[in-house]
Design a protein around this ligand. Structure first.
Ligand SMILES: C[C@H](N)C(=O)N[C@H](CCC(=O)O)C(=O)O
Ligand SMILES: [Mg+2]
Length: 367
């Protein structure tokens, strides 16, 4: 099965409620969809959102890099040669992790379709049912309490609370939500780089003394502050998870070597796709460091790929934050992975299992 062409489309889904972190506020899930054509007529689907404040990628940069830089180097290649294709994708250009992820996802989709198996089986096989947490956006306490209560009523058992805008307000937010939940759900925090190392130690020690039980704290400090992460890890009991500090396998090796993080958040949009995410999961497992599989604010095409990976890598991926599709008002993708509140169900269709995608807006360059 040879690659003959690459097409692009935009896919937008309005959110149920605005998504707010310490870094940005968004009202829609907006993915760039990559459609790879082959000489057999089979199509491969990949996608990526633009998360410029985290990865630097924009829809324009992803389109250009795939269409003009990487794409020409993989046209005509046989999908049976997957490892070589991924090597080309990874080395054709530095950076551009989300562009590479979108293209790799389409390649893995085609590869599994070629062998007529669902992707998770091609990756080694695993459970078809996963459960995700849900994100509670940072906001006024009353809105966060309402969102947390709604999440409980929808059956979520783990809430990822976004904070990082103001240290004292953040402590009050977490304390209020913890009391309201009254142990009916597990709480994980995501600061999205909003605090300093000293503020983090102060806030978490204060919450620990108040009796607030936290599963973990995610990326409290700036992405390049590895020394800050290490400082925090040595002073608090709550496990520290690296997110924006952990893009590549080499960065993860450094985080583990320096003892800067207890947990690694793997996202395909940071790792530049599945080939490198697999390396991170494997090297973390070798060092007894658990991983979370996470996502950006992204839709069900790329999150399906992350779910297939999580299914096949349960020995290292023990935490799941794949709530992107359920934050949208609807899922325009039929036949792929089913996302129903906290429940994620992998199908038995080949590849990612995608049958149709409603609302695709075809894109041509320049746009
Ligand atoms: C959507 C997911 N639960 C999440 O919270 N991801 C964020 C980044 C999302 C974005 O800004 O698009 C994270 O883990 O930091
Ligand atoms: Mg995060």
């Amino acid at each position: 099965m040879k690659i003959t062409a690459i097409r692009f489309a935009k896919l937008e889904v309005p959110l149920k409620t605005p998504f707010k972190t310490a870094m940005r506020t968004v009202e829609n899930i907006t993915d760039l969809v990559v459609i790879v054509e082959t000489d057999s007529g089979e199509l491969g689907y990949g996608a990526a959102p633009a998360t410029p404040v985290i990865t630097g990628d924009t829809h324009g940069s992803m389109f250009y890099v795939i269409d003009k830089v990487i794409g020409p180097q993989i046209l005509g290649r046989d999908i049976e040669d997957l490892n070589n294709i991924c090597h080309i994708i990874q080395h054709a250009v530095v950076g551009n992790s989300s562009a590479k992820a979108a293209l790799e996802i389409a390649m893995y989709d085609l590869w599994a379709k070629h062998y007529k198996a669902p992707l998770y089986k091609m990756l080694g096989g695993g459970d078809t049912h996963l459960r995700t947490d849900v994100t509670i956006s940072v906001d006024h306490i009353d809105k966060m309490l309402d969102d947390a209560t709604l999440a409980l009523s929808r059956g979520f058992e783990i809430l990822k609370i976004k904070i990082g805008t103001n240290i004292e307000k953040d402590i009050a937010r977490v304390n209020a939500i913890y009391k309201e939940l009254d142990k009916r759900a597990t709480i994980r925090l995501d600061v999205n780089q909003g605090w300093t190392a000293k503020q983090t130690v102060y806030a978490i020690q204060k919450l620990e003394k108040m009796g607030v039980e936290l599963e973990l704290i995610e990326q409290p400090v700036k992405s390049n502050d590895i020394e800050g992460l290490r400082y925090i890890s040595q002073r608090i009991v709550t496990p520290v998870m690296a997110d924006e500090s952990a893009f590549s396998p080499l960065q993860v090796i450094e985080l583990i070597r320096t003892g800067a993080a207890d947990i690694i958040n793997i996202k395909l949009m940071k790792s530049a796709g599945l080939s490198q995410a697999i390396k991170i999961a494997d090297l973390s497992e070798l060092h007894n460091i658990p991983c979370m599989i996470g996502c950006m604010l992204e839709g069900s095409i790329s999150v399906a790929a992350a779910a297939h990976l999580a299914s096949a890598k349960t020995s290292s991926i023990s935490l799941i934050d794949l709530d992107g599709p359920t934050l949208g008002q609807y899922d325009p993708v039929e036949g792929g992975v089913n996302f129903e509140h906290s429940h994620i169900e992998l199908g038995q269709g080949p590849g990612l299992g995608i049958k149709t995608i409603k609302g695709l807006q075809e894109l041509t360059w320049p746009f």
